[in-house]
Design a protein around this ligand. Structure first.
Ligand SMILES: [Zn+2]
Length: 260
């Protein structure tokens, strides 16, 4: 096969992949919010709450989702359960979280610094305390109709990440009727282990066949927003935002309230 044919096939392959991804992207966004025309249905969608454990989780793992929601004008609010004070940089990281929130134009984000919810790689948080914080945030933001958070493996198996999932589950168990009446929808971010996350193949395969998810063509936004976390923007973080599958796609599992 000569060079021209090889190049033509490569270009055709890339174009085809792009078309498929764009199709899947629009299909997935509609299916996630279960509406046909997202722009005309905004009032019924309400706001989306993202629950994270540490300032920077939202950029490390959720950029494709954040980008998509911004482009569809769907309001998003982030509840960050700790100020990431493990290395004593909590006050600075709170400021960085505020800077990122401003860059994203998210005006209702909240970051906590309470004794029971401190950044600790060896400690699971009490689900009752997490649940209480979620309850308070939902009461203050009645427009929230969708909640996103980590799944039971918390991507990195960090106990604080897993505690977000456990705390939300505890909240839902104890506010089941209220959540059903409100039509609350819950989606957890699929976890991929270290090797899968950086080799990309399995997560991409999963993304294509999962019903719910968001896609980003580049790592540019992850890199740009991660830079605002100056205390965290070391070589490992730079490598993460360029190479990790979480800079390119988020796939979700829907948690049915009847299964809680
Ligand atoms: Zn984290």
């Amino acid at each position: 096969m000569d060079f021209f044919h090889k190049t033509s096939i490569s270009v055709f392959g890339i174009l085809l992949l792009g078309i498929i991804i764009q199709y899947l992207k629009s299909k997935k966004i509609n299916s996630m919010f279960e509406v046909n025309n997202i722009k005309n249905e905004l009032s019924s969608i309400g706001s989306v709450l993202l629950i994270i454990a540490h300032p920077d989780d939202e950029i490390m793992f959720w950029t494709p989702t954040i980008k998509s929601l911004i482009s569809y004008n769907i309001p998003m609010k982030i509840l960050c359960l700790s100020n990431g004070n493990y290395d004593g940089l909590g006050v600075l990281r709170e400021k960085e979280f505020d800077n990122v929130s401003r860059a994203l134009n998210f005006t209702d984000n909240k970051i906590l610094n309470i004794p029971e919810l401190q950044d600790n790689i060896k400690k699971y948080w009490d689900p009752i305390v997490v649940s209480r914080q979620i309850e308070e945030f939902l009461n203050n933001n009645p427009d929230i109709k969708t909640i996103l958070t980590f799944d039971k493996n918390g991507v990195t198996k960090h106990p604080n990440h897993i505690s977000c999932f456990n705390g939300l589950k505890y909240y839902l168990k104890n506010h089941l009727e209220e959540s059903k009446n409100k039509g609350l929808k819950i989606y957890t971010l699929d976890s991929f282990n270290f090797i899968m996350q950086y080799t990309q193949f399995f997560p991409l395969f999963s993304f294509i066949f999962k019903k719910y998810g968001y896609f980003s063509m580049t790592f540019f936004n992850s890199y740009k927003w991660m830079r605002l976390y100056k205390t965290q923007f070391n070589l490992l973080r730079k490598a993460h935002v360029i190479l990790s599958c979480y800079s390119y796609y988020n796939s979700y599992t829907k948690i049915e309230l009847k299964d809680i």
